[in-house]
Design a protein around this ligand. Structure first.
Ligand code: BMP
Length: 213
């Protein structure tokens, strides 16, 4: 599970959640809400801090943006559609030199996303060879396709809960992590909710593994 934080929550709550969820994805709304909060987040014990800046620009601009957060992040998310030359080639090289990782968006969770572009995005993804991909949990078929095309890459999958995908479904279809935000941070008791979601996820994964065997 990856906690998606798009809003500030009390540090004591975050620190409790951090006992159960060890990866966090930080979004623009949170950075814009309170950039100083980032200093508190990084002090907790995360296995990975992913900056979801959905980079989609020319190389120089993307490198300037990630440079601002390089000391906070383990990895960054960029759009793949911007292409290679003059964009992702330099970003990818810069992040490698900084020992940071890159995820590329291959398929989004909202209705309006068009997967007809996937063959184009797939070729870009093959050339750039990032750590992993973002594929929406609302598109189980795309998760299966991406898993089949990229057997050794990490698939992280948003869209669970608030956007309608069921807990555990993305994992059962081949994702490595489900990304969950509002279902946790907007709940009355985020810590209990996080624990409940993890339990539900475990039950679901065990069920689908049993069905596979
Ligand atoms: P929530 O669980 O609150 O819906 O949050 C999902 C998070 O994943 C948000 O930060 C959103 O920007 C991001 N996201 C998404 O929902 N769909 C995508 O296709 C790609 C994303 O990064």
């Amino acid at each position: 599970m990856i906690l998606s934080l798009d809003r500030q929550i009390p540090l004591s709550t975050l620190s409790e959640i951090n006992k159960y969820i060890h990866k966090v994805k930080i979004g623009y709304p949170l950075i814009l809400e309170n950039i100083e909060y980032l200093d508190d987040i990084v002090k907790l014990h995360w296995d990975e801090i992913i900056f979801d800046l959905k980079l989609a620009d020319i190389d120089n601009t993307m490198v300037l943006i990630v440079s601002k957060f390089i000391n906070y992040a383990d990895s960054f998310i960029a759009h793949s559609f911007v292409g290679i030359e003059g964009a992702l080639d330099k970003l990818s090289e810069f992040l490698k030199n900084q020992n940071k990782s890159l995820y590329l968006v291959l398929s989004m969770s909202h209705k309006g996303w068009n997967d007809e572009f996937y063959p184009y995005l797939k070729n870009i993804a093959k050339t750039i060879d990032p750590k992993g991909f973002v594929v929406g949990a609302t598109r189980p078929n795309m998760i299966r396709i991406v898993r089949n095309d990229f057997r050794n890459k990490i698939i992280i999958s948003p869209g669970v809960g608030a956007q309608g995908a069921m807990i555990g479904d993305a994992i059962c279809n081949g994702a490595d992590y489900e990304i969950i935000g509002r279902s946790i941070y907007e709940s009355k008791d985020p810590v209990t909710e996080a624990k409940k979601i993890i339990e539900t996820q475990e039950v679901k994964i065990n069920e689908c593994k049993r069905t596979e065997n």
